[in-house]
Write a protein that binds this ligand. Sequence first.
Ligand code: NAD
Length: 419
Amino acid sequence: MNDTSIGTVFLENVLGNVKNACELANIPVEIYEFLKRPKRIIIVSIPLRARDGSLKNFIGYRVQHSDALGPYKGGIRYYPTVDLDEVTALAMLMTYKCAALSLPFGGAKGGVACDPRKLSLEDLERITRRYTYMISSVIGPYVDIPAPDVYTDARVMAWIMDTYSQLVGRQVPEVVTGKPVYLGGCEGREEATGYGTFITVREACKLLGIPLKGARVAIQGFGNVGRHAALHLSSFGAKVVAVSDSKGAIYRKEGLNVEKLIEHKKATGEVRGFQDSTPIDGDELLGLEVDVLIPAALEGVINKEVAERVRAKIVAEGANGPTTIEGNKVLQEKGVFIVPDILANAGGVTTSYLEWIQNLQREHWPREKVLSTLEEKMVKAFNDAVETHRRIEAGMRDAVMVLAVSRVALAIQTLGIWP
Ligand code: NAD
């Protein structure tokens, strides 16, 4: 393992949070030791004959952390820097995310170290199908159900479904979620994570007595999560005053017109240059005086130094692992209300669950039914977390972790060890 990778630091952060939760919940050390290691790790080699005739070899991972509460569930990420520690950390987060939302799933994650932006569609399909073939014996609708993550999408999920279906000789849409709607995908899946983030922000505002109408919001990242969170927040009267993407950030005191900004980003490929907005530094966005800050882009951005500059009352983590342990400590000392990642961005996996049950029953729900069921589950999880936060007198990150780890630990203790 590479000691200095972002993945290694991320894994240490996740393990630190789990250990802390075990101590707070009086969970025996032996259970922490059990949870520290995934149940199964698969590393596969993915050879690809390039167009110029040369042979390339990609590395792929599937980490199955825990199936104590149900079949493994988790996305597949295609990214050049994907490594085992990062995939392991993400698999662990999935276990606790599903537990926090009371979903009947365990946690897993997959990844292929490649850069889809530099691959032809044809090569991407071949990599996906070979990767699926290599992990096909350990996935399945009641075993492990993959989903999209960074740089994988509905088309990649369709290839996974088709490869698995060809191998077993029948159509198995329920082997993967996040498919195109016309191939068994779920209405509303695309907006689900950002919508879920919006629900948790709405509930947090309610709890803290901050009117949502007029609440000032800054969002780092204007991709799937950031864009949809922004849309729902602005449609309920919140003022999205700043957003950023990988190319830069913009600010408008009176609030940005989110719908028009989406069109602008689609047309130009960036948020900069949007009408009536002022360009600002991406880093400056994190320290703006706002009611709500939503990091919805990268891991580890709110470190100690950034946390010291944060002036938001609420930080809702749209991204996975955006706050380091040191950053979290500073935010907590400053009294910032944190909606941690495993709660704030759980809308995606919750909708994946809804897709899975629709597929198993060969049903198709309308968007309204999907979003109202999602809302119900997000609100319940938020209230469960707040109840734990008050009971154990700890911050929300610890509270959600205590809630989730306790559920997994109880299952492990009840099931015992066999054989
Ligand atoms: P995405 O690729 O659609 O969007 C990412 C956005 O971040 C893009 O707008 C990109 O330009 C921006 N970005 C990249 N580097 C940046 C930087 N330095 N500063 C500011 N912005 C930057 O990805 P996504 O699906 O929205 O995922 C974002 C995060 O949310 C990831 O951590 C992902 O794991 C997490 N997440 C996503 C989902 C989902 O359903 N999409 C579910 C759960 C968690």
